[in-house]
Design a protein around this ligand. Structure first.
Ligand code: PBG
Length: 339
C-alpha cells in the first residue's frame, strides 16, 4: 500500500502530470508569479556637473548623457523628481586641476553648488556625491601621487575634506570611490566630528580595476596620465577579497555597500548579499551602458528589453539598488508598463 502510494505520488510529481509551462501560459499569470521586481525607487542616476555656464553638452562616449552646468540644472532636477528615481549620484568636472585636487573640497566647487541647487529646488530628492580625486588631479589618479606612487594615508585627509564639503552643502550621502584603505573610517570620523552624523556613506567597497570604465573616463576627463589603477582597485579575478573589502568597510562605518561593475560580477553581488545583512548597490558602469547603446544603434539588439533584462538580473543577483545611466529611460518604461 505504502509503496503504491509512493509510486503514485512520484508520478504525480513528474511529467506528464507536472508541467512547468502551465504557469507561463499568459502574461497575467507570468506577472503574478514574477519573483523579482524592479522599480524606479531602486535606481540611482549619475549626473556629470561641469564648471561654467550655459553648458548642456552631449558626452560622445555615452549617448544620452550630458555635461551640465549648475545654472541649467533645474529642468533636470524636475525630470528626476517626476521619474521618482531613488537618488542622484553627482560627479564634478572642475575647470582647474592641480596636483592635490583642491577644487574637490571648495565651498563654491561645481558639486557643492550643484548640491545646494538641487536641495533648494527639491529637498526630497536624495543626493549622493562621488568622493574621489581623479577628476580633480592633473595626474588623474584617485590619490596623492609621489614619485610615481599612489600614497594611501596621505590621501585620506583630502578625501575627508571633500566629503565634509559635500555634507556642508547638503548631501544626504557620500560615496567614496577611490579604494584607499581606511577611507571609510577616516570619512566617518570626520563627518561625526563635525556634526554630520546623519550623512550616510555608500561605499564603493568592491570596486574592480575594470576595462568597463573606459567611456566614463572620457566623460569625467579622469584617465590616469601614467600607469593604471591596479595598485588600488581590485583584480577582476578575485572573489574572496571582495568579501574582505565589504567586511572592512562595514566595520569602518559604511551604511550601504556597492559592487562595481555589475554585469560581469553577478556572482560577487550574490556572495556579498548572502554574507552581509546590509543594503547593497550595484553600479552598472559606463562600458556596460555604451555596449548596449552601440549594439542598439546598429539595430543588433532591442535596447529596452535588453536593459530591463540586465537590470532585473542585477536585482535577482541581490542588488537592492542599481546605479545606472538608464535611470530616466527605465523609469519612463516602468511607468508605461504599469499603465
Ligand atoms: C572615480 C570613478 C570611476 C567610476 C566611478 N567613479 C572611474 C574609475 O575608477 O576609473 C566609473 C563609472 C563608470 O564607468 O560608469 N574613481
Amino acid at each position: 500500500m505504502g509503496r503504491l502510494y509512493a509510486q503514485e505520488r512520484k508520478r504525480a510529481m513528474t511529467f506528464p502530470h507536472q508541467r512547468m509551462r502551465r504557469l507561463r501560459t499568459h502574461e497575467s499569470l507570468r506577472r503574478m508569479l514574477r519573483e523579482t521586481t524592479l522599480s524606479s525607487r531602486h535606481l540611482i542616476a549619475p549626473l556629470f556637473l561641469k564648471e561654467g555656464e550655459g553648458i548642456e553638452e552631449p558626452i560622445s562616449s555615452m549617448p544620452g548623457q550630458y555635461h551640465i552646468s549648475v545654472d541649467l540644472l533645474d529642468p533636470w532636477i524636475d525630470r528626476f523628481l517626476e521619474a521618482q528615481v531613488g537618488a542622484l549620484l553627482l560627479f564634478g568636472l572642475p575647470s582647474r586641476k592641480d596636483s592635490q585636487g583642491k577644487e574637490a573640497w571648495k565651498k563654491e566647487g561645481v558639486v557643492q553648488r550643484g548640491i545646494r541647487r538641487i536641495k533648494k529646488r527639491a529637498p526630497e530628492l536624495v543626493v549622493i556625491t562621488d568622493v574621489c580625486l581623479c577628476a580633480y588631479t592633473r595626474h588623474g589618479h584617485c590619490g596623492v601621487v609621489r614619485k610615481g606612487r599612489i600614497l594611501n594615508d596621505e590621501t585620506l585627509p583630502l578625501l575627508s575634506k571633500m566629503a565634509i564639503s559635500h555634507a556642508q552643502a547638503g548631501a544626504d550621502m557620500v560615496a567614496p570611490s577611490d579604494m584607499m584603505d581606511g577611507r571609510i573610517h577616516a570619512i566617518r570620523s570626520q563627518l561625526d566630528g563635525q556634526g554630520h552624523t546623519d550623512v550616510g556613506i555608500l561605499s564603493y567597497a568592491v570596486k574592480y580595476a575594470s576595462s568597463f570604465y573606459g567611456p566614463f573616463r572620457e566623460a569625467a576627463q579622469s584617465s590616469p596620465s601614467f600607469g593604471d589603477r591596479k595598485t588600488y582597485q581590485m583584480d577582476p579575478a578575485n572573489l574572496r577579497e571582495a568579501l574582505e573589502e565589504a567586511r572592512l568597510d562595514l566595520e569602518e562605518g559604511a551604511d550601504i555597500l556597492m559592487v562595481k561593475p555589475a554585469l560581469a560580477y553577478l556572482d560577487v553581488i550574490r556572495e556579498v548579499k548572502n554574507a552581509f545583512q546590509r543594503p547593497l548597490a550595484a553600479y552598472c558602469v559606463s562600458g556596460e551602458y555604451a555596449m548596449v547603446k552601440a549594439a542598439a544603434e546598429k539595430g543588433w539588439m532591442d535596447e529596452r528589453s535588453v536593459v530591463m533584462e540586465i537590470l532585473t538580473a542585477l536585482r535577482r543577483a541581490g542588488a537592492d539598488l542599481i546605479v545606472t545611466y538608464w535611470s530616466l529611460e527605465v523609469a519612463k518604461w516602468l511607468k508605461q508598463e504599469s499603465n
